[in-house]
Write a protein that binds this ligand. Structure first.
Ligand SMILES: CC(C)=CCC/C(C)=C(/C)COP(=O)(O)OP(=O)(O)O
Ligand SMILES: [Mg+2]
Length: 387
């Protein structure tokens, strides 16, 4: 996503932002060269490993990051989810040939199998996998580096949201809406992924999913607005944006994928909402930390927590990164201690299962990031022996 800091903001307290703007331009120049080198390295790397992430890779966690080990998925199940997800993507013409390596390198099957160890069956894992593909296509093609832009994003997301939450209007507009919501790959994938999800979802689960995807779109719009303004948000503002531009729609599928329903009155309880948000925020900051170097190299500069901390708190890059690890850990600690308390104060077995599902998803997400060396590499901030 493009971050423009034209002459930099002016006024009291903005000196650090101007310095950050200069540093950013410097970094942009350096990164042009690095990008070329990185592309060459990635091509070589992808070719060496057939472009497929290696599930056997040792987990290399960020030193000091709070995480739990994930339940290891059955490789045959991962392969089956990958095969059928790829087949679906081909049928809908979602992935041009030049993105095929990246599609394989993402490891959609591994991501959903790691996140849902208590899945009921492969069909339900496929619901999660198709949605994950669609969410990433919308992010990449509408917002980020696969043709995305903050310009016009609101209108694109509005129409995309109607591929999930259909138009109910005068019948004479039905055909145009239908045609208009299959025009590109993000639209086709959203529409089809939702159609595949609905038979498995209770009405309140479907509504929860639409609501969480609406939150996601709100987050994208906030990020785009800062990008258009050339602004770096305050740290707390960034955290608000990232609470919505968040993995939450994936986590809250946990009961659907496991084949039960967390009833809406339980799901709506304030502590359940808080724990869902804490789990989503911990999981999403894991992405900020593991994707940090990838985002420094990105075609367009990309906000993440270490970058925002460096600019707004005027911290050296390494200190900002380590501070972001601490923020993540604080959120993880709150998630763990408060979920233990809630299990005691509301001893409901379905709620307990949902909370276990959130924990599993958070652990699986960490493992996926820490082993996906096709997408992510850590910064060189630790002596060799502890990294
Ligand atoms: C719901 C979903 C999977 C959306 C994709 C975007 C998102 C909410 C993320 C948390 C991924 O973040 P990011 O765009 O930074 O991803 P990479 O760092 O490129 O892996
Ligand atoms: Mg990221």
């Amino acid at each position: 996503m493009t971050l423009r800091i034209p002459g930099g903001p002016t006024g009291p307290g903005t000196a650090g932002l101007r310095i950050a703007g200069l540093r950013e331009r410097e970094r942009e120049r350096e990164s042009e060269q690095e990008e070329v080198e990185q592309e060459e390295a990635e091509q070589e790397h992808g070719a060496e490993r057939g472009g497929v992430p290696d599930g056997e890779q040792p987990v290399r966690p960020i030193p000091g990051i709070r995480h739990r080990p994930a339940v290891q998925p059955d490789p045959a199940l991962v392969a089956e989810v990958d095969r059928r997800t790829e087949q679906w993507a081909k049928e809908l013409d979602l992935v041009p040939p030049e993105w095929e390596d990246q599609f394989a390198g993402f490891g959609f099957g591994r991501a959903v199998c790691l996140g849902h160890p208590d899945h009921a069956d492969v069909e339900r894992l496929l619901v999660a996998a198709r949605l994950l593909v669609a969410e990433n296509l919308v992010d990449d093609c509408y917002c980020e580096d696969h043709g995305g832009s903050p310009e016009g994003l609101g209108a694109r997301l509005l129409i995309a949201h109607s591929a999930l939450d259909p138009l109910h209007s005068a019948p004479e507009y039905e055909a145009s809406w239908r045609a208009g919501t299959t025009e590109d790959a993000p639209l086709r994938s959203y529409r089809s992924a939702m159609e595949h999800a609905l038979p498995w979802a209770a009405p309140a689960q479907a509504d929860r999913l639409r609501h969480d995807l609406g939150r996601l779109h709100l987050g994208y719009l906030g990020e785009a607005a800062w990008s258009l303004d050339g602004a770096t948000p305050a740290v707390w503002e960034y955290l608000v944006m990232r609470q919505f531009n968040n993995f939450r729609p994936c986590l809250t599928l946990t009961d659907l994928v496991a084949g039960y329903e967390l009833p809406a009155p339980l799901q709506a309880l304030a502590p359940v909402q808080r724990l869902t948000a804490l789990a989503g925020n911990a999981a999403t900051l894991v992405n900020d930390l593991y994707s940090y170097t990838k985002e420094l190299r990105a075609q367009h500069p990309h906000l993440n927590l270490p970058t925002v901390l460096a600019r707004r708190d005027q911290l050296p890059e390494r200190d900002a990164y380590l501070r972001a690890v601490e923020v993540h850990n604080t959120i993880m600690d709150a998630f763990e201690s408060e979920s233990a308390q809630l299990r005691t104060s509301v001893p409901d077995p379905v709620l307990a299962r949902y909370l276990t599902g959130l924990h599993s998803w958070v652990a699986g997400n960490h493992e996926w990031h820490a082993t996906n060396t096709y997408r992510y590499t850590l910064p060189d901030y630790w002596p060799q022996e502890s990294a």
